[in-house]
Each structure stands twice: as C-alpha cells, then as structure tokens.
Design a protein around this ligand. Structure first.
Ligand SMILES: [Zn+2]
Ligand SMILES: [Zn+2]
Length: 133
C-alpha cells in the first residue's frame, strides 16, 4: 500500500498485513481531520516507511499534566495528517487512511471512541472496542 499527503511532499509505503482498520470518533481525530471521524490503519512500525519531512504535534489528549500521549505527524507544507504514534505503544504506527493512493482496499473492522460519535454518523455493523486509537 502506498500513500501521500495532499501536496505530495510526504510519501509512504505500508508492507505486510494491517493489524486492523479502526474508525476513531475521538474529539482529537475530529479536530485534526476536520471531519467527523478518522479511519486509522494500524500497522507494525517495521512495516511502515516514509519519505519526506513531517512535522509533529505532541498531543497530551485530556491529560492535565501535559504529558504527550500521541505524536501526531503531518505534512508541514500542506497540513495533511499522515500518522499517529501512541507513546506507550511505539511498536505500531497508526496511518490516516484518507492519505492512501488506493482507498478501495480499505474495510474498517472496529469502531473506537463511540461515546464521541456524532449522532448523524451511521456506520455498517462492526466491532466496538474500548481501546484508544
Ligand atoms: Zn504535503
Ligand atoms: Zn481518534
């Protein structure tokens, strides 16, 4: 699988099978994407290769101490979100599926952060997880 940001400065390749494909309704995914949810591809870190220069926002989530829990990497030129890395789970990379070149291969298999789902969002039947993406 290959993908790129809107301007093309950042490109990436995912090799091997995805661990899962998660629809994330969390407030931070809504803000970062400017949409109602993110569709996140979870892949082993060793299967992800990126070219180009990304900027990073250290996201503390709702932690009042300000400790960074999610690194949100994006293209500094066009602003496209590319990947997130949970600081406590660096063995996986979470790729924003809207940046894929061929999006027809994507099939979400789990929803997370459903308590933040916008009320008009209707999804096909899939598993629900309390894990956080
Ligand atoms: Zn770009
Ligand atoms: Zn999220």
């Amino acid at each position: 699988m290959t993908g790129q940001c809107l301007c093309g400065q950042v490109t990436y390749t995912i090799s091997g099978d995805l661990i899962r494909t998660a629809v994330c309704h969390c407030d931070h995914c809504q803000r970062q994407s400017g949409g109602a949810f993110s569709v996140n591809l979870v892949t082993a870190a060793e299967n992800f290769a990126v070219e180009g220069t990304m900027k990073m926002y250290g996201d503390p989530g709702n932690d009042p101490s300000g400790t960074v829990h999610v690194e949100r990497h994006f293209c500094g030129d066009c602003g496209s979100p590319i990947i997130s890395i949970a600081t406590g789970r660096r063995e996986v990379v979470i790729v924003k599926s809207g940046t894929l070149n061929d999006k027809s291969i994507i099939s979400p298999d789990v929803e997370v952060w459903c308590e933040k789902k916008q009320p008009w969002v209707i999804m096909p039947e899939m598993a629900v997880s309390k894990e956080r993406e």
